[in-house]
Design a protein. Structure first.
Length: 428
């Protein structure tokens, strides 16, 4: 390296808040998230369009179906996590998802535009979304801990926002020449590459062991977690800390569901054409990810390092309290877009990194099994329950403002739970 490039490198390291030797690991983590989210967000607008096509009044059934399938998938994942070495859990699960995507591609290539195929894909993608993302974060929680996690998690999560920005654009550009089947094949290739990045991260940690990790910990990384497929459930039920995270996830899911139903209702009212609906969903995704990238790269790590996890876990919920009240007072589409973009960008840039940091102080089995239970079964349970509550409120009152006031109350409870978890994390 020449002397002229050394100051540039030092400036980049300071700007990104890195330490010597961490750059390649951050690049691998960022690549893992970029490839995963690019694959998912290429397909997300298609899923949203299929959800609206099935009828906004029927969305609660899709949410319930997703919850049931998640319940079935949880012990299957527990079985894999008990038998596969920790470093191979993600590869095994992602490999299964790649096969699923290729099967969907063949079905759509043979016969497209089947209503029930669209509903099955909606549920499948909803289950895949949470499980695949949860596993990627489990790898980070396994490889990084403590001060390193607080500095680097948000930076690597910037890859998720980059993927979330590139995915919709790729989908919009390629859906016509490749068709939906071609998009699925491309998504499967991106997912396989994401698994490769995760495997590289484990190898990097082997070559650069954590000073706080003893020799036994390094050996355990190559062994299966053991236990039974339902260990995630028992771990959560036996821990106040994990139960607190479960409540946090439930309230988060409830707030998201209330916003999601309002999004579906408003988009269906303002944009009856399916092509326009897909474009609107894609545009919202692009704006959200652009804002999230800026926050993740330059602000989140420094906020966590200087102000602590509490700000990450409570800031967005408190913002949503004001957002719901604003929407109740002025229920127009422009206001909704502002609130929705702020909520989603804040969740990606602040809440998600903060929530994942909570697991870095836990044993390995809880980082995978209990975390997966909270991220999938608990989250989708909150989805299903709040979906029926939202539908019931709409039927009884036929006043969207009532549901929005209820959303504000839920967001306030979410903020209080986040504050409690931040205190518990600090004690650990």
């Amino acid at each position: 390296m020449t002397s002229s490039t050394m100051p540039i490198k030092a400036s980049v390291i300071r700007l990104l808040n890195l330490r010597e030797g961490e750059g390649v690991a951050v690049a691998a983590g960022l690549g893992m998230f970029f490839l995963l989210f690019c694959a998912y967000f290429m397909l997300r607008p298609v899923r949203e369009t299929m959800g609206v096509a099935g009828g906004v009044d029927n969305l609660q059934w899709l949410f319930t179906g997703t919850f049931v399938v998640t319940l079935i998938a949880m012990p299957l994942f527990g079985w894999v996590a008990s038998r596969a070495p920790r470093r191979h859990i993600l590869s095994w699960v992602y490999g299964f998802f790649v096969v699923n995507l290729l099967v969907f591609a063949v079905v759509w290539w043979l016969q497209a535009d089947i209503v029930w195929t669209g509903r099955v894909f909606y549920i499948w993608l909803s289950v895949f979304n949470l499980m695949a993302i949860s596993l990627a974060w489990s790898v980070l929680a396994d490889v990084f801990a403590g001060e390193q996690a607080r500095r680097l998690f948000a930076l690597m999560a910037g890859g998720a926002s980059l993927g979330g920005l590139a995915g919709p654009l790729l989908g919009a550009l390629l859906v016509e020449p490749l068709s939906h089947s071609g998009l699925l094949v491309l998504a499967s290739a991106l997912l396989a590459a994401s698994a490769g990045c995760a495997a590289w991260l484990h190898r990097w940690r082997d070559r650069h062991p954590d000073e706080a990790e003893d020799a036994n910990d390094r050996v355990e990384r190559h062994r299966p977690l053991g236990g039974n497929p339902f260990a995630g459930v028992t771990e959560v039920l036996c821990s106040r800390y994990l139960l607190g995270i479960a409540l946090f996830v439930t309230l988060l899911a409830s707030v998201n569901t209330f916003m999601y139903f309002e999004q579906a209702r408003m988009v269906a009212e303002h944009f009856p054409d399916r092509t326009r609906q897909t474009q609107v969903f894609g545009l919202i995704d692009a704006v959200v990810q652009g804002l999230a990238i800026l926050t993740q790269v330059f602000f989140t790590g420094r906020i966590a390092q200087r102000l602590g996890v509490r700000v990450l876990l409570t800031g967005v919920p408190l913002l949503l309290v004001a957002g719901f009240l604003w929407l109740a007072w002025s229920p127009v589409f422009a206001v909704f877009v502002v609130v929705m973009v702020a909520r989603r960008a804040g969740e990606y840039a602040l809440v998600r990194p903060g929530r994942e940091m909570l697991y870095t102080v836990l044993p390995s089995e809880q980082k995978y099994k209990a975390k997966n239970f909270n991220d999938t079964v608990v989250y989708r349970g909150g989805d299903a329950l709040s979906g029926w509550v939202k539908r019931g409120v709409d039927l009884m009152a036929d006043q969207p403002s009532l549901a929005l006031f209820l959303g504000a109350v839920i967001a306030l409870a979410w903020a209080v739970t986040g504050g409690w978890l931040a205190r518990q994390y600090g004690r650990r």
